[in-house]
Design a protein around this ligand. Structure first.
Ligand SMILES: C[S@@+](CC[C@H](N)C(=O)[O-])C[C@H]1O[C@@H](n2cnc3c(N)ncnc32)[C@H](O)[C@@H]1O
Length: 211
């Protein structure tokens, strides 16, 4: 978390409550998974929901489902008859995803795809209004080039963890994730096919609109 813990607590307190099924999913994610901190969680989840409600997407793509928390937040803004496609390479979260997709009422609008997103994205024939990039940080620049031709004009690309625990400003950080995220942030800042800002939300969430 980039911002002061007391400020974060203040923000949490003033954020609207999530639906009960999402609170239950968050609890179960902490009980049953090894890296529960990967979950978007309450504060970021409400922001995802809000952005999706503003955009009212017909098609959403999520890269990195995990237990489906972000999926269900984004689904709240889907148009009637809209669809959310979510990709994850790991099938061990399927049972949890399915349980809460059923409980939420969004089950019929969500399509889960199992596999490596780098193989799957090129095979998708959809045009997206909203993409949430939240997996495999080393490949963010490649994902950007894969996604862009599949975006509608005015579509939005949300990317998580773009401040990478603050390592983006650490010149000693040489790991592949930090290098890739720094490159990605520079691309978003300079590429005139998009306009983007980084929000200091949690570990950094960037918001880009396709021109
Ligand atoms: C940070 S978690 C996603 C959190 C989720 N979007 C949320 O909002 O709660 C990242 C997920 O990406 C998946 N993942 C990592 N590399 C991947 C890849 N190459 N293709 C597909 N999924 C991948 C992991 O299995 C993990 O479940």
């Amino acid at each position: 978390m980039i911002i002061n813990e007391q400020i974060q607590n203040y923000l949490e307190r003033l954020t609207p409550p999530a639906p009960d099924y999402l609170n239950a999913l968050e609890r179960e994610t902490y009980q049953k998974t090894v890296l529960p901190q990967m979950i978007s969680g309450h504060y970021q989840g409400r922001l995802l929901s809000l952005l999706s409600r503003i955009k009212q997407p017909e098609k959403i793509l999520e890269i990195g489902t995990f237990t489906g928390y972000g999926t269900l937040c984004l689904a709240e803004g889907l148009q009637t008859g809209g669809q959310l496609i979510t990709i994850d390479k790991n099938d061990e979260f399927r049972a949890l995803q399915n349980k809460y997709f059923e409980l939420s009422g969004y089950r019929s609008q969500i399509k889960q795809i199992l596999g490596n997103a780098r193989d799957i994205i090129p095979s998708l024939n959809d045009k997206f209004d909203l993409v949430f990039l939240d997996a495999d940080k080393r490949y963010y620049p490649e994902y950007f080039e894969m996604i862009l031709p599949k975006m509608k004009k005015g579509g939005i690309i949300l990317s998580d963890n773009v401040l990478w625990y603050g390592k983006v400003i650490d010149n000693q950080a040489r790991d592949a994730e930090t290098q890739a995220i720094k490159k990605y942030n520079e691309i978003l800042a300079q590429d005139n096919r998009v306009a983007a800002v980084i929000l200091p939300v949690r570990d950094g969430l960037s918001l880009a609109v396709v021109k």
